[in-house]
Design a protein around this ligand. Sequence first.
Ligand code: NAP
Length: 347
Amino acid sequence: MKHDPMKDDRTVSHPRVHPLTGRPLTRREALRLGVGTLATAALAPGLLAACGTGDANGGGAAGAPSSPDLALQPILKRIPSSGEAIPVIGMGTWQTFMVDDTEEELAPLREVLRIFHDRGGRVVDSSPMYDPAEEVLGRLATDLGLVDDLWVATKVWTEGREEGIAQMETSLAELRRPNIELMQVHNLVDVEVQLDTLEAWKAEGRFRYIGVTNTSAQRYPAVEAILDDGRLDFVQVNYSLAERASGERILPMARARDIGVITARPFAGGNLFQATRGRELPEWASEFDCASWAQFFLKYIASHPAVTCAIPATSNPDHMRDNMGAGVGRLPDAEMRQRMEAFIDAL
Ligand SMILES: NC(=O)c1ccc[n+]([C@@H]2O[C@H](COP(=O)([O-])OP(=O)(O)OC[C@H]3O[C@@H](n4cnc5c(N)ncnc54)[C@H](OP(=O)(O)O)[C@@H]3O)[C@@H](O)[C@H]2O)c1
């Protein structure tokens, strides 16, 4: 049964469910996640942001629990086609996970993935285009013992039915999963042929969801056309304070058709940090529990009613702590989002 979009805004704040599995918390999990803190935090979301803030800056905020790990309760969004809830902040792997097989290169990424998971992160996005990112992700998830905790999205990026099948088999082997949550046709490459296979594998249970990706504005009309064919659970497009064009038609169309949205390039590939370098956050950012520029950019995306998940990429453990701080606390409302756009436009 499809999720009724009129019944909620797909944002599920501070649930008393396990942030990784969506099940009700067991007593042991509740203790580990600091459910007392969560209960308090549900009444005072600012506390959650305070924990994220202190953590992002390498210290604990005044009055925050001694271990910030215990206080972060991720904001969840519902997947329209199923109602399943996933954390609104995920993780990309382009460039960041494209590293050599040396401990020197792998160690910081293992820490990035550990921090992501510890703070309730689940959704990871990769592609065979990012070779060897899928293999690196599979290996690090195995090292950390969390292969089955992740909500894995990857892509098929080739022409031809047999070539697509071979590539997807390789991806699953590298990701060390017999099945994954989401398979997407990367950049619409041979989209009709690949979607046929994706539908068949979804029916077999190898993928829970299927979708397409595209980050080129010139191809938005092709994306819009495919949103109408009723086959997609997800569309992945670029969307950020610096790249808002998909918000004009694609995001509203996806929402109207019960298609989930994963937003790529949430920092416009890092350009947003260049644009705000040396500038103080506006004081009104505290009104939505925002303590850094990364959180400003991510909370803008997370607060869009069509957005299911944003996937910032980082190879820096401190940046991961910062980014995960965007997935807790309050989100900006529509008026505040306009204020954020005007602020960035005036830079
Ligand atoms: N067509 C497609 O399907 C498509 C296209 C593009 C992207 N994507 C997906 O979207 C994901 C994200 O996009 P992206 O990787 O292009 O760019 P992005 O996430 O917008 O930006 C990544 C850049 O931001 C920096 N950064 C991250 N967190 C930061 C923080 N807290 N403070 C300061 N700098 C920070 C990173 O550097 P550090 O490593 O130093 O933190 C990196 O240079 C990709 O990894 C990929 O999974 C898909």
